[in-house]
Design a protein around this ligand. Structure first.
Ligand code: SF4
Ligand code: SF4
Length: 97
């Protein structure tokens, strides 16, 4: 590929339609899994808001109900954002330990 190409010269890349991850269990990629503690959870929804994979599950009353392990990729953002102290309501554990 030559240097300093204009955008019209760039080859077309592949892209996927939005929402296709619903059809795949992308949780297979995970090396660590978030483990949610119902007793410590104050239902602040920080994890639900920040999860990039929409993997925080809510029940019919819109309370946090757990993790969708089929799609959670184990990024740990939910744990990082959980405000509960001194021990968070979500901890990360090695997937296969
Ligand atoms: S580890 Fe990442 S993908 Fe999994 S529930 Fe937490 S924020 Fe979502
Ligand atoms: S961020 Fe922590 S306290 Fe807030 S809803 Fe999620 S698990 Fe519960």
């Amino acid at each position: 590929m030559k240097k300093n190409m204009g955008w019209k010269e760039l080859p077309h890349g592949d892209s996927s339609p939005a929402g296709t991850a619903n059809e795949f269990k992308t949780g297979d990629w995970r090396s660590e899994r978030p483990v949610w503690n119902k007793e410590k959870c104050i239902n602040c929804y920080f994890c639900w808001v920040y999860c990039p994979d929409a993997s925080i599950l809510l029940d019919k009353d819109n309370k946090v109900a757990g993790i969708d392990y089929d799609h959670c990729k184990g990024c740990g953002i939910c744990r990082a954002e959980c405000p509960v102290k001194p021990e968070k309501a979500i901890v990360m554990k090695q997937e296969r330990s």
